[in-house]
Write a protein that binds this ligand. Sequence first.
Ligand SMILES: NC(=O)c1ccc[n+]([C@@H]2O[C@H](COP(=O)([O-])OP(=O)(O)OC[C@H]3O[C@@H](n4cnc5c(N)ncnc54)[C@H](OP(=O)(O)O)[C@@H]3O)[C@@H](O)[C@H]2O)c1
Length: 402
Amino acid sequence: MALDNMLARRVALRRHLEGNLRADDFLVEDCSVPTTDDGTFLVRNLFASVDPMLRIFIVSKPLGNATMPVMPPGTSIPSAAVGEVIETRHPDYKVGDLVEGRFGWQNYAVSNGQGVNLVPSAIAPIENALGGLPGFTAYVGLEAAGGVKPGQTILVSGAAGAVGALVKARGGRVVGIAGGEDKRRYLIDEVGYDAVADRKSPNFHAQLAAALPDGAHVYFDNVSGPLLADLMPYMAFGSLVLISGLMAQYQTGGVSEKDNLPAVLHAVMGKGVRIQSFSQFGKDAERPAFEQEVAALLASGDFKPEIHVIEGLDSLPQAQVDLFENSTTGKVVSHLVFGKDARLALDVAKRIKTGTVNVNAFFSRARSSSGGHKMSGIGRERGVEGIRAFQEIQVMNLGSAS
Ligand SMILES: NC(=O)c1ccc[n+]([C@@H]2O[C@H](COP(=O)([O-])OP(=O)(O)OC[C@H]3O[C@@H](n4cnc5c(N)ncnc54)[C@H](OP(=O)(O)O)[C@@H]3O)[C@@H](O)[C@H]2O)c1
């Protein structure tokens, strides 16, 4: 395929972060379309994912001083994306296949198939495939907590975000924490949360107390930070704090003067509260069960997650900053198709409308018959090792686009 006259752009890391993430920590630049070798294929990205977790890959010191390789400035941002195969020298992928993988914030990526899933044509809109990341996170987290048990109440922070909104999908009594009345209403009216406390309201603690008369048995913690200690009075005896992510701490780089570790330790000693983290990376063995369960939920119509579509590569840096400063509801993805490609543009335009759309086919992705989900093949089981494996895949898949 002649690609010489086609516009290629990418978002790269300009510099490692210092303090809060800023849009100009990223660089949007023209680049050449990468070329394929034997055993690889070329993808034109259609949608790219915006995830808070990306932030931990673009700092100079890995989370918790882990032995994760530091991503050098100049590297393309390694996000998940969905795209179409437009050139192939790989026996398992053909031109026209819709694929999901870590193709990055760029128009084109070459892949050897590692960590790539085929997106079945039955899925419409195709950007739904990116919902797999937060949905699978919610699923794996609840599994790590021992599943949803009758009589238990699960408390979820960042509840209106991509992961939090999906914790309710597995049922059970679920209480959310969200910032603002709009999000509170969204979670109750559209997602089906049993109760929601608005962390920005002066009545926040009264709302929590009313929603948790017997305390929370599991706290699915997407944000951590000072909120963690504030919630200890509402934890039941022997309950579990399940650390999913650290939204409130990614920006500060670690601790803030408002953190209150002693209050947390008092709950650990006094009430037997346990603290545990989990990672979805390296959990591919759980994917078939996850996909089956979600397919049933979608078919029943009980599951209506939300996708927020922004336009173009240039809007990605600010969208990433907004996750921390001005978050919206649901999953944020960027639409990357250019008007030059009339067929694709028409196809996509038929299937989406810009803005927030309800999606009813979020997770029913087919597993690649050709060895998709190979991330687990690297053999990492636990969080940091899993993340390290993930990052190694980025380097293999993305390299440097220029
Ligand atoms: N463990 C894993 O394998 C794994 C995988 C993927 C993601 N994650 C983690 O899951 C978490 C949620 O991801 P997501 O994709 O759902 O993110 P998201 O869509 O951006 O939602 C995050 C939510 O966090 C809340 N938040 C942001 N900053 C906050 C602060 N300073 N204090 C309190 N709340 C704050 C916001 O809710 P309100 O303002 O409404 O409260 C926002 O809706 C992240 O921490 C991410 O790293 C974990």
